[in-house]
Structure formats: C-alpha cells, structure tokens
Design a protein. Structure first.
Length: 440
C-alpha cells in the first residue's frame, strides 16, 4: 500500500517539479507507479496558467477521483499551480481532493502523503545536500532531462498569472545547478534542457547581472551531456555574450526558444513587454549571422485587447518575412487578476480563432518549405524511441527540434541504436511536419 501515481499537467517547468516530487517520494520509501489503477494514492500536479489549463486540471481531478471508488486508492492529492491559485475554491467545490498543496510545498510532498499512506521503508535513506538534488539523484533520468534554473518571474507582462502564482524571480545557485546537471548526465541524460519562466534573466537576483552565458558554458563543459538546449529566453534580455557562447560551443544546440508574443510596438507596450519591432528584427539578424543554421522557435499571442486588424496584418507580414523555424500561436486568455483582463477593446473569441488559424496556416507553409530543403542532408539525430517502443521504426529529433514539442525524424538503421545515442541520419523525404531518413 505504498504505491503512488503522480501526473503532471502543463508546461515543462511543471514537469520538472513533478519529476522532483517523484524522486522525493522514492527517497522517502514510496513506490511510484505508472498506472493509477495500481496506486494507493494519486497526486495531480495541476496547471493554472489560463482558463483552458484550469479546466483540464479540473477534468483530470474528476477522472482520477473515480479510482477512489474502487477502494484501492485511499487519497487524492491536488498540488501545483491551480492548487496555489485557487486553494480556497478547490476546498469548497472539489471534495474529491483529500489534500491541497501549492507550489511552495513540493518539498513537503512525502510528509503530506504520509498522513494517508505510509512508505514501505520505515527508515528511508538520508541524503546530504538540498532535497532537490537528493530527489534527482534517486530518480530515473530520461535521455532528455529538464533542469529548472530559476523559479518565478519579475517580468510585468499584463496578461500573465505566473508572478501571482509562483512569486518573483529566484535564480538557483550556479553550483547547485551544475551538480544537478552532472547527476542527470551520470544517470543517463544525453540532452539537458534548461528551463525557467525567463532563462535569459538568470543570475540577476543573486549575482547582480545576467549570468546565463557563464552558466550555459559551464553546463556544456562540465556536465557530460552531449546536447544542451535553451528554452524560454525573452528577446529583450538576450545579450551578445549569450549569443557568443551559443555560437562557439558545439555542445549547445543551435536552437533558441524565444517567445516574442507580438511584433507591433503598441501591442507590446500594452502587454508590458520591452523592446520594439526594430529590436526584434535586429536581434534575429544578429542571431542568424552569428549562429549560422540556428533554429528559432517563438510563441505568438493573437487577440490581445486592442489588437486592431492593422496590428494583426502587420504581425502576419512580419512572420512571412522572418520565417521562424518553429512557432506556436495562442489566443489571448482573459485571466482574472491581471491588468489586461480589465483593458478596453477585448477581442471577440471568434476573431481570435480566425487570426490564429491564418497564422498557423502561414507557418505550416513556411515549415514545410524549410523541411523540404533538408532532404538530402546528413543531420545528427537523437533517438527518442526504438522500433520496439514505437511499433516499427526509430523516432528521433534534430537539434532544431525540442523534445515533445517540435518535429520528428522517422528513420531506419541496420545497427541497433538506443535512446540518446546521437547518430547521423541521411534525410530522404519530408513527410508533412516531420522528416524521414536512414542512419548512416
């Protein structure tokens, strides 16, 4: 009766928190299982960023609460962002939840769970150092592992709930991050993915300066991982030093996730974002000149309050001209407690969807064109799945594709290959969003 099932919803940062909780539970003597049917307790790590994410979390609570009716599941714990944002409401309206814990209580997860089920080991092993490192030392590392380098956010984006939920920006000490990266690589991680609400701001709070370039270089040189990938770097905080480090170190993927949200100055100003359209254009030119072949991923928001038809058409033309390698588009979500929620000229939901569809259709054409140009090239690919797990062929990614987010490479190989074993693949065809090839 010490078996626990944990499900994480939402973003990569939430996924890291879930992985740390899994490690913490294992250290405490619990058996973390992959099937809720086998569990004596179920933990749902919720997302509360926007309304759709909240609704998904609620639906998941109702769905997994059904296991309590079987008698095997003794407790349902609701943790994470939605639990932090709506703790009182959950207590009042979701009696299915036996315990509720916010984002500041992850390190207490074993203590909270012990009120309902006991660990198998009466005397769980002790680990020196921060509990986070103890958790990741005990966890099973994937070949692609996420590392959270900071918590919270100080950016004043008028549409965002993250500062309300997770508080201000708090960088982790460099030595702790480097130790975590080393532990993950030692446990089998070949690709390390650095994440935070804004990775480019790393170090400003504890070191008084943007220290991401130095951190990135040390991770690349000391962790033992083959690929280092950088996510969520806001363009207004990207420095020449960061670009230099990416350009000069082959361990760092020539890939940058850079959420811009919009290009029009008036919209950016109302969003509380720094910089301007000209700044974005100049930064993209520098990135592509300094780091040849870099894959740029971005995120756009349509339907922000006051976005006019002209604003959108200018954004459309901007995307057509820039030709991002990877792009996601989201409709603005009117979130209570944010400044944007009370702004005038809220955009109709149907119009938001129309604008989203137009941008994604444009990006699809851009993506397909870029993929066709890769046919005939030999590219390094990191396999994520083998024929045994995929049902027939190897599935992997190039440096231009983030784990679980971007395009895939389907390929065959005469020799056996394992997940994380980087191989050269000759691309033989572009198949929609994805590529096909043969290992060299």
């Amino acid at each position: 009766m010490s078996k626990v099932y944990l499900l994480s919803l939402g973003c990569d940062k939430n996924r890291v928190d879930g992985e740390v909780m899994v490690g913490t539970l294992r250290v405490a003597g619990y058996d973390v299982v992959n099937n809720p049917e086998d569990a004596a307790a179920i933990i749902i790590n919720t997302c509360g960023f926007i309304r759709d994410a909240v609704q998904e979390s609620i639906d998941t609570i109702f769905e997994l609460a059904e296991y309590k009716k079987t008698g095997r599941c003794r407790a349902l714990l609701v943790v994470g962002c939605m639990a932090e944002r709506y703790k009182a409401e959950i207590k009042e309206t979701l009696p299915e939840a036996d315990a509720i814990a916010g984002v500041g209580e992850y390190d207490k997860i074993a203590e909270i769970l012990a009120k309902y089920i006991k660990p198998a080991e009466k005397n769980p092993p002790e680990f020196a150092g921060p509990s986070r490192l103890a958790a990741r030392r005990d966890a099973e590392a994937s070949h692609a592992a996420y590392v959270k380098i900071a918590e919270g956010c100080d950016n004043k984006c008028t549409y965002c709930t993250i500062p309300m939920i997770r508080g201000g920006y708090r960088s982790r000490p460099e030595e702790e991050i480097l130790e975590e990266c080393r532990l993950l690589a030692e446990a089998g991680a070949k690709e390390l993915i650095l994440v935070a609400q804004d990775t480019a701001l790393y170090g400003t709070d504890i070191y008084g300066a943007k220290k991401l370039p130095e951190l990135l270089l040390k991770v690349a040189k000391t962790s033992g991982a083959k690929w280092i990938r950088l996510m969520y770097a806001y363009p207004e905080h990207i420095t020449p030093a960061l670009i230099d480090v990416m350009a000069e170190n082959p361990e760092i993927c020539k890939y940058l996730d850079m959420p811009i949200q919009h290009c029009e100055n008036g919209v950016l100003s109302r969003m509380g974002r720094g910089g301007s359209k000209r700044d974005l254009e100049q930064l993209i030119r520098v990135l592509r000149d300094r780091v040849p072949g870099i894959a740029l991923r971005t995120t756009l928001m349509v339907g922000f309050p006051g976005e006019t038809a002209e604003d959108f058409e200018n954004l459309f033309e901007f995307v057509k001209e820039i030709k991002f390698d990877r792009m996601g588009v989201f409709p603005y979500s009117q979130e209570e407690g944010t400044p944007a929620a009370t702004m005038p000229y809220q955009v109709d939901e149907e119009l938001k969807q129309e604008r989203l569809s137009r941008l994604m259709a444009l990006q699809q054409d851009i993506h397909f064109e870029k993929q066709r140009k890769r046919v005939g090239q030999v590219l390094p690919v990191i396999p994520d799945e083998t024929p045994e797990t995929s049902g027939g062929e190897y599935i992997g990614r190039t440096q231009a594709d983030a784990y679980g987010v971007d395009a895939l490479v389907y390929f065959s190989s005469r020799e056996e290959i394992f997940p994380g074993q980087i191989v050269d693949v000759k691309i033989t065809a572009a198949d929609g969003y994805d590529l096909r090839g043969v290992a060299e």
